[in-house]
Design a binder for this molecule. Structure first.
Ligand SMILES: Nc1ncnc2c1ncn2[C@@H]1O[C@H](COP(=O)(O)OP(=O)(O)OP(=O)(O)O)[C@@H](O)[C@H]1O
Ligand SMILES: [Mg+2]
Length: 264
């Protein structure tokens, strides 16, 4: 519960960027989250898995500040945090790639990276396009997100390239945590591989990454740790390297109590 680095089982140093405890969220009479815990370390990819309606998107929206939680505590970088609005989450360095990507089709790649956060020339209403282009090109090169042109309208890009724009925007603005809700759901094999690469680049930048996915191949390809939700509750946390897909599926469906289990 402190800012100090901890030792994990492998002896590597870990620094928690997000610690959620006892999170509860109701929609009217529907209990979407009930006493849920989630930990994410800097430079770690955590997959959030579970059946339809398990509460994954609700948990991600709680972190992103779009849905307020009813119960529980949240620490960001070891400090108590109120994630009461998207602006509050943004200020804490939390960025979200939603399933619909929230891109503006008629604008180009650079404009989409800066949507609502444009850089202006000092004391003028005019945009500093050169500075935005320079920083956009740097983040895209750093992520190795292969985009044909920065001045192409995003409507002209493929599904994978659009996903790359959304991930690049998160990398440009997110200083601590990036959340991705089913980033490969609509993608083919090659484009899925590119998204995996982008997610690994985020990890290498030292960000904590949370990826929602229904696809076990995705999960085992990118995640360091897997957090299973079932009916709004924790149903196991697994180190990917010590777990099989069957064990995770068993936890998702509740068909058996399985190990190894590693909480936190
Ligand atoms: N805005 C809402 N209003 C009312 N109920 C909601 C709302 N959003 C989610 N729920 C309910 O909360 C529960 C959790 O939903 P959530 O969307 O978090 O699940 P999920 O794990 O993301 O599922 P999926 O895999 O289908 O995306 C479900 O029972 C769902 O019907
Ligand atoms: Mg969902």
């Amino acid at each position: 519960m402190t800012r100090t680095a901890l030792q994990d089982g492998s002896g590597a140093t870990t620094r928690p960027v997000l610690q959620m405890r006892g999170i509860g969220k109701r929609y009217g009479h529907v209990v979407a989250l009930d006493g849920v815990d989630l930990d994410v370390n800097a430079g770690e990819v955590v997959a959030l898995v579970g059946d339809n309606g398990a509460g994954k998107s609700t948990l991600v929206k709680a972190i992103a500040g779009t849905h307020r939680i009813d119960e529980g505590t949240v620490l960001v970088d070891g400090q108590p945090a109120e994630l009461g609005s998207p602006a509050a989450a943004t200020r804490l360095g939390i960025e979200t790639v939603y399933q619909d990507l929230a891109l503006c089709d008629n604008l180009d790649v650079v404009a989409n990276l800066y949507l609502g956060r444009e850089v202006r020339r000092s004391r003028t209403p005019f945009l500093n396009r050169e500075e935005m282009e320079r920083d956009a090109a740097a983040v895209i090169a750093d992520l190795a997100a292969h985009l044909p042109r920065l001045d192409a309208p995003v409507a002209a890009l493929s599904g994978g390239q659009r996903q790359a724009v959304a991930v690049s925007r998160a990398a440009l603005w997110g200083s601590r945590i990036v959340l991705l809700d089913e980033p490969t759901a609509a993608l083919g094999v090659a484009q899925t591989a590119m998204v995996y690469r982008l997610v690994r680049s985020l990890r290498e930048r030292g960000l904590g990454v949370v990826v929602i996915s229904h696809n076990m191949a995705d999960v085992f390809a990118v995640a360091d740790r897997i957090c299973v939700l079932r009916l709004g509750r924790n149903a196991g946390t697994f180190l990917t390297s010590e777990t099989t897909p069957d064990q995770v599926v068993a936890a998702i469906t509740g068909s058996a109590e399985v190990g190894p289990r590693k909480d936190s």
